[in-house]
Design a protein around this ligand. Structure first.
Ligand SMILES: [Zn+2]
Length: 65
């Protein structure tokens, strides 16, 4: 199990999600959210976030390596 879990529902987080949290909420963030809670927090859909992850990967963002 990942040492990172969603601060709201306790769901363990994938590497991609941790990268997305850092990217969106700033690198110093200590509390992470799962896709569902992050989408809710940002007021967007899960699909939007998945697209964002792919965008960041394509940009070669080091947080997703
Ligand atoms: Zn959650």
């Amino acid at each position: 199990m990942s040492k990172f879990a969603c601060q709201y529902c306790g769901e363990s987080l994938s590497k991609d999600l941790i990268g997305l949290n850092k990217k969106i909420l700033a690198c110093s963030v200590e509390k992470f959210m799962c896709l569902l809670c992050l989408a809710d927090f940002l007021g967007c859909s899960e699909e939007d976030l998945i697209v964002k992850i792919e965008d960041f990967k394509e940009q070669g963002c080091t947080l997703f390596k």
